[in-house]
Design a protein around this ligand. Sequence first.
Ligand SMILES: [Zn+2]
Ligand SMILES: [Zn+2]
Length: 643
Amino acid sequence: MSAYVNRGTPQQAYYHRPGQYTAPAPQRPVANVKDDYERWYTEILPNNRMALSVRSGIHSEVAWALDRLCRLGGNEQFSYRSYPGLIDGLFDWPEWYVNEGYKEVNESQELFGPSKDFDAQHRFALESLLILRNIALQDSTELQNHSHTISLILNGLHNLDFTKDKNQEALLHIIDIFQGLAGNLLINASVPDYSNPIIPLTKIIAHSKNRSLIIAAFNALTGVLSHPGNALHFSRTKESLGAAIRYLPLFVDKALLEPCLEHIYIHVAHPSSARVFLLNPELSSVLKVLCSLVLSEQQATQERVTLDITPQYRTVNLNSGTTARNYELTAEDLENLSKSSEPHRCYEWMRLVLAARQDAEMTQVDIWTLYKETFTPYQEAIPLLGASDVIKYVTHVYPSAQAMVLQGPTQRFIVRGIERRQQVTASERFKCLWDRSACSEAAFSSPADLFDHLLEHLGSLQPPALPCLWSTCQHTCSELQHLRAHLLTHLPSSQPQARHPSQSETVTVAPGTYDINTIPPTNRPVPPIRNATISYERPIVDPSSAALTALLIIRVLFRTAFASSEVAPKADADHFGFPGVVEDTSDPNEAAGTDPESDKEGERRGRKAFLGVRHMLQNVRLRDEALMSWVEEMVDATMPELN
Ligand SMILES: [Zn+2]
Ligand SMILES: [Zn+2]
């Protein structure tokens, strides 16, 4: 064992220990002298068997210890740090592999297969790395403070060739361990390239064909770049950014998509690198893909809402034989009414002119006006009732009626449940219109009767002048024979007019009290649409984290592209920012080292790209109002007339 492990590396002897660390007080073991007695291997003692075995260099012992430790990793009660020297021992084999062992992975080994010894040692290295990775996941501070961690990671990343199969697993573990520390790692500008983990990670992302390795490297690299002090390294991540853009359309592969989105976001989150991103030739494609991502989820997570906004309307039967009109008091009715005194007169009057109908309504003013107009001529004999009394008596006469106030833009005082009594009269289709419509004869029941009646009118005409006096007709005949023939053109057909198949049997009229028989259709209030429904799609769940990240990237790019323009909305009292994100309100032009010319060009390209995705943004629907207001702002700001 000692023949391989970092021979000549001086730091081997100096392991970092946290300041407060105190070795557990050695207990005085009572010697157990029984035959075949063996100490339990998880006993927390300085001479724990696993801790000693892992460093022994005896292959069978190392294999046993690593096997135990791998299994114990699944036990939450178990803590590796409780055994002094155990974690130090776990570094031995990985360090051997990343410094010396990897050299044996060469062409001759691929051809003839590795030696038995190498195979065992390679396995020890992998098992140790797996355990270290589990420790990093459990408790990252333990490895953060360990003096060998960084050198192991750097040597691993730089020395192991990621294109070789033998190295894939080791690299994956190393990158996983690194990910735990990445967020706290500050890499100065003076750090030489061979100590800079960003360079090998970028290469792995850009050129590896191993999906797991790419995902792990994305996470680790994004972790390093999320440290604000590492912003100066953005110039070195062109390749990884290119790879993230390349993998972006793989919507189905969520595990790969999310690290790609995070990686792009970390680039645009920094103002200066966001401005550089605007100059990226892929910008408009990236925006389109991001919008497609948001839209692709939307279809599955929205419901169709149908809203019935049909206003109140009433229908009148298209009855050809009879017509209904408001009942008008006859002279006889009026005489009877004048005999009774109030309030009986009012009761009687209501029974005559009003009728109960469940869904009808009349305004209180209409009822009062009707009462007043009817009885004002008689007020000398019987004084009129007050308006409130009249309304009150409606509910006496019709208990189902109800006086109420409808709230709305204008308050309406109505009585619900009553209407004007309708009087059914014969149709006026066969009414005589002779003498310019002044003929007083009642309507006839058939065209034959009407024609017979018309012939009587003709008898009173004096030849030679024979004008047609039907309604507004200007025709004049010289012979009676001709006039009789002409009159036939005025007679309505005996059959009712055929309706168009799509025409309803009823006529829609606007609510209110007016007589549709006396008012021609063009003078009536415009009737409402009978079936007015609006249907639209509404999101039922919030978008996934991937879609939210995509939206966040779109938003940051938008604000960068429209930074110098008035239309760029800032987070203020009226405009919400992204929940949980503090928007950078400082003037981006203040940042040092910016080139105003290239910034201008970037903004120009950015706006052009946003113009290209406007139609996609218009289709985005989000449940969250604050997020939806973002999308609306972006759609408004990219209106073609403004740009
Ligand atoms: Zn007549
Ligand atoms: Zn005529």
